[in-house]
Write a protein of this length. Structure first.
Ligand SMILES: Cc1cc2nc3c(=O)[nH]c(=O)nc-3n(C[C@H](O)[C@H](O)[C@H](O)COP(=O)(O)O)c2cc1C
Length: 193
């Protein structure tokens, strides 16, 4: 199972709408993908901080999805030149190192004229620092306030880019698994030592 992290807790967010669209692209490819909606996870994070080991069971359930995922698709809006605080706070609750190490991850940004390139590059630093496998083809959804109309993404180029990313990323994650280089193989090897 792969996971889309919808990277904000803002009500009626474009990020969640884009996440649902991306989920439908994976479904068309026959790939099961669950959305992690930070508006929901926020409820589990609220009583925190719960860094490290003493996390309530309900939060552990959310965090365990990440440390068992076949691949993460992070959809991130730009807030004040970076990622939303809730997203970094959530990432800081991930199990270390198993959530990150060798985990396939790809990124979609959304924002104004730069389409979220700044938060995506911050995220690449974070996941790169923690040894994730970063899929190189990123997608930036520019001028999202104009392209997101009637709840849908009305820009054929952007839709094509997302489709190409979904096709490529699921093959990327599968190739890592076949080669025994995926995160879950890494965890199994570590446990066997
Ligand atoms: C708090 C806040 C800060 C923002 N800062 C930026 C910014 O620095 N650069 C940018 O291009 N867009 C910025 N925007 C515009 C958002 O990227 C755009 O509205 C996008 O739809 C937000 O995603 P959301 O609808 O999922 O919250 C900001 C929006 C919000 C709510």
């Amino acid at each position: 199972m792969m996971h889309i992290i919808s990277g904000t807790d803002r009500a009626d967010s474009n990020t969640l709408k884009v996440s649902k669209y991306i989920q439908s692209l994976y479904k068309n490819l026959g790939v099961d993908v669950e959305i992690v909606d930070l508006r929901e996870v926020r409820k589990e994070l609220a009583g925190g901080p719960h860094y490290g080991k003493d996390q309530p069971l309900s939060l552990q359930k959310e965090i365990n999805k990440i440390s068992h995922s076949d691949g993460l698709i992070v959809v991130c809006p730009e807030y004040n030149g970076s990622m939303p605080g809730i997203l970094k706070y959530y990432i800081d609750h991930f199990k270390f190192p198993e959530s990150f190490e060798y985990r396939p991850v790809c990124f979609v940004g959304l924002g104004g004229m730069f389409g979220g390139v700044r938060p995506v590059e911050h995220l690449q630093q974070v996941f790169g620092y923690r040894n994730a496998f970063i899929y190189p083809q990123r997608v930036f959804l520019m001028n999202i306030h104009k392209t997101m109309t009637d709840g849908g993404l009305n820009d054929s180029t952007m839709c094509e880019l997302l489709k190409a990313q979904a096709e490529g990323f699921q093959r990327f994650a599968m190739a890592l698994k076949v080669a025994g280089l995926d995160a879950n193989s890494w965890i199994a090897k570590k446990a066997a030592k």
